[in-house]
Design a protein around this ligand. Structure first.
Ligand SMILES: Cc1ncc(COP(=O)(O)O)c(C=O)c1O
Length: 413
């Protein structure tokens, strides 16, 4: 922790949309980052699931420098090789058909999905998209309307029309909510922000059947759970591993897609792939050569080093070891859940050490972990998330487990 000039300048000059922790980070190496006072932290948050290969990766830095020396950005009025290769690769990872639209963030990717769904349903008046309670889809006006959490909407009425929410995992509720105006449903295969809640294969299969039966689009938000985090490129591919032909109609991507650089995208299946034609949608920076080259290099490294398998192996190891900690400290920890390297650890209720502060337990434990030298991400009121780089080693995982154990023991005493 430090009270650095970096912090003072940001507090003085940056609009305070984030309540930041008092840590000013200056550089990183692999799974570790360092603050302005020289303190070293193990980073199991990775920029909230963005830094897919950690920090200061030499091959990514070289790929970025090489592309920066050639062509940074020219707009989408022209063709560029890095975008062509990345689109081809993403289509292959999505199963080999369909097309990609590139943008700059997860919220923007979801905007493209909303517009795709509206255009698809326009002739039949099907403008409505059903989403789920506890979901998070981004901070744009339509994003907060789509998000199933009241807190993100406060003060921003009137809401963008055409979104209704049903409980996550409840197929009957989804079926009952369908109206003549419904054109699509949008779900996260794993809800991230509300505390790492995984869909079951039965739920996703049921949604697919319902959409087929009622001629609706099935849209997935893969922004947080996608890009190899669960052991396959898309989260749905891991959940639906036993169902080879399963696919949504379209999905959004963001966060770790370009391994820490801002990039969002959607994949749209063949019947939808040309719906967003010229003049219907766009963004100046979508799929720049610079960011595309970085994303391509990251995917090349992930595939070359078999990091999808690492994601599964280290993810299972972390979950198993945290399971043992839960058994030893039920007064502090309650549950571990997730898939691969998207792990949520739920705290027990009424932890005595947290009683004095009104701040959520999730934030209080994250602060204690900071003091111990570990970065994790709070989610909801009582969950902290581990979203480490996909190339995390067993040694780093063990370091993280030891730091968590120390803090848990302290809270249990
Ligand atoms: C599932 C999901 N969708 C969308 C978003 C929004 O992404 P961004 O912050 O890049 O706009 C997030 C961000 O946390 C997310 O977790």
């Amino acid at each position: 922790m430090n009270d650095s000039p970096i912090q003072s300048r940001i507090d003085a000059h940056v609009i305070p949309t984030y309540s930041r922790f008092p840590i000013a980070l200056t550089h990183g190496e692999g799974c570790h980052v360092f603050d302005a006072g020289g303190k070293r932290y193990l980073d199991l948050g990775a920029g909230i699931a963005t830094a897919a290969l950690g920090h200061g990766h030499p091959e990514l830095a070289a790929a970025l420098a090489e592309q920066a020396g050639k062509l940074t950005h020219v707009s989408n009025l022209y063709y560029t090789e890095p975008q062509s290769l990345l689109a081809e690769k993403l289509v292959a990872l999505a199963g080999g058909s369909g097309k990609i639209f590139f943008c700059n963030s997860g919220a923007e990717a979801n905007e493209a999905l909303y517009k795709l769904a509206r255009l698809n349903g326009a002739d039949d008046g099907q403008f409505e998209i059903l989403t789920t309670l506890g979901s998070f889809h981004g901070r744009t006006l339509a994003g907060i309307a789509a998000t199933g959490q009241a807190k993100v909407k406060e003060g921003f009425a009137p809401a963008v029309e055409g979104f209704r929410h049903v409980p996550y995992g409840d197929l009957d509720a989804m079926r009952e909510a369908i109206s003549p105006a419904t054109g699509a449903m949008l779900v996260e295969p794993i809800q991230g922000e509300s505390g790492v809640n995984c869909a079951t294969p039965e739920y996703l299969l049921g949604l697919r059947a319902l959409c087929n039966e009622r001629n609706l689009l099935l849209l997935f938000d893969e922004v947080q759970c996608g890009h190899f985090r669960t052991g396959n490129f898309f989260g749905w591919q891991t959940i639906m591993a036993a169902h080879a032909n399963f696919a949504p109609d379209a999905c959004s991507m963001g966060k770790s897609l370009a391994a820490g650089l801002p990039m969002g995208a959607i994949w749209a299946s063949t019947p939808l792939q040309d719906l967003l034609g010229p003049g219907t949608h766009g963004t100046t920076f979508g799929g720049t050569p610079l960011v595309s080259a970085h994303a391509l290099k990251a995917i090349e490294i992930i595939e070359r080093d078999n990091l999808a398998q690492n994601t599964t192996d280290i993810g299972n190891y972390l979950a198993e070891q945290i399971g043992k900690l839960i058994a030893a400290h039920p007064n502090v920890l309650r549950e571990v859940r997730g898939l691969g390297l998207m792990i949520g650890v739920e705290l027990a209720e009424n932890i005595a050490a947290f009683a004095e502060s009104k701040r959520p337990a999730s934030v209080q434990i994250v602060e204690r972990l900071h003091s111990a030298g570990l970065l994790t991400i709070p989610a909801g009121a009582r969950v902290f998330r581990l979203l480490p780089p996909l190339n995390i080693s067993k040694t780093d995982a063990d370091e993280g487990l030891a730091l968590i154990e120390n803090v848990v023991k302290e809270l249990d005493s």
